[in-house]
Ligand binder design. Structure first.
Ligand code: ATP
Ligand code: MG
Ligand code: FE
Length: 361
């Protein structure tokens, strides 16, 4: 089965072809440079860029792969959550291909696609505990299979990636700044009592990162010398010549607080499942923040402690990409699922029902 994946939910225009569980080729254009000028994603510009680029990226993908439109069996497209205008570009393109040819259409929950991504590299083991840590979401799931996700916990305010990006912004680092914090934080030992681990004094599986962001903001106010004089300095942060010890200490401590908070809630989730006699057989961690080195280490520790497999995607599969969408589409299509041309986009903030696949024919 040959599946095309189309991803336009945010600021990456990404397409990929997957055949029988293996990635053939992928193409992608990121808009980071455009949105960095504004310190965050500007929705109107994002959809305009997707529209400008999707056709030529598609041509490039076919050329690279040596296939034609007629060879494609399934067109899988992220239908949400995401920016409405951006999603509509991907959906419109997908529907055009399906209407013109013989392929089947499958609308994909972008968040589920993130969590299924490691399946391109190793067999996924279900039931699994799933942690999605991305730019817009921090979700804990129980996953019974590719079409069966139950949401157990979520952030009440900022997502983990958002917390990274907002802290980076306060330090005048370029958007999205999570990767700078990660790298700088490797250059110092964390001071684990510098920031309180947020929202743990309860028995639930939800998160709240906005208080931590405020605490870091106050610390920066008291230590204004940590703020970069200009964003251009970010590229020199890793030169030997620059003294980044104060910044590294802050980044290490903040990063540690986030990864510890994630670790504790994931352990709690697995503990709850075990107590119900429904122990998961693996832990899947995905989304952009799954690229974070301290988060990866913390999750490795969780899996070892419970004696279960850890599935973590390679770095290029953590942030948005077309391969994860194609792969999720292949798994659903293999179960006989597909959507009609009336498939709708589901913008951010509008809940995708857990049983959204029921509408699939
Ligand atoms: P969503 O999937 O929730 O709609 P998104 O697709 O925009 O959001 P992703 O592409 O999965 O999010 O992830 C982007 C986020 O990951 C950004 O917030 C970015 O800063 C963060 N990120 C990427 N690499 C790292 C890293 N090494 N450490 C921390 N954060 C990181
Ligand atoms: Mg992105
Ligand atoms: Fe994403």
């Amino acid at each position: 089965m040959l599946t095309l994946g189309i991803e336009t939910s945010c600021d990456e225009t990404a397409l990929a072809l997957v055949r029988d569980g293996k990635l053939l080729h992928s193409v992608m254009s990121t808009q980071i440079d455009i949105h960095a000028l504004f310190g965050g994603v500007v929705p109107e510009l994002a959809s305009r860029e997707h529209y400008r680029l999707i056709g030529r990226l598609y041509d490039e993908l076919l050329e690279k792969s040596g296939v034609t439109t007629a060879d494609i069996d399934v067109v899988a497209v992220s239908r949400g959550p995401g920016l409405l205008g951006s999603l509509l570009v991907g959906l419109g393109f997908a529907k055009g291909l399906v209407a013109a040819g013989n392929a089947r259409l499958v609308g994909i929950n972008h968040l589920h696609a993130h969590l299924l991504a490691p399946g391109l590299e190793e067999d996924l083991i279900f039931p699994a505990a799933g942690l999605l840590v991305s730019g817009g979401h921090t979700h804990i799931y129980r996953i019974e299979g590719p079409d069966n996700f139950s949401l157990l916990g979520r952030t009440l305010d900022d997502a983990a990636g958002e917390a990274f990006d907002k802290v980076a912004k306060m330090l005048n680092m370029p958007y999205p700044g999570g990767r700078y914090i990660d790298r700088l934080g490797r250059m110092a030992e964390p001071e684990s009592s510098l920031f309180t681990r947020p929202y743990l004094d309860n028995d639930n599986l939800d998160f709240s990162f906005s208080g931590l962001k405020t605490a870091v903001g106050l610390y920066i106010q008291k230590n204004p010398h940590l703020i970069l004089a200009s964003q251009d300095m970010a590229s020199r942060l890793f030169d030997e010549s620059m003294d980044v010890s104060g910044l590294a200490h802050l980044c290490a401590s903040f990063n540690h607080t986030v990864s510890e908070t994630l670790r504790i809630k994931v352990e709690r989730a697995i503990g709850h499942m075990k107590a119900r006699g429904e122990a998961p057989r693996s832990l899947i961690v995905a989304g952009g923040v799954a690229a974070n080195s301290r988060v990866r280490e913390a999750m490795d520790g969780v899996a070892k402690r419970f004696g279960i497999r850890l599935s973590l995607p390679s770095l290029f599969l953590c942030t948005d990409n077309g391969a994860m969408v194609a792969y999720a589409g292949e798994l659903l299509a293999a179960k006989g699922m597909h959507h009609g041309l009336d498939l709708d986009a589901i913008p951010r903030g509008q809940k995708i029902p857990d049983d959204y696949l029921r509408e699939v024919h």
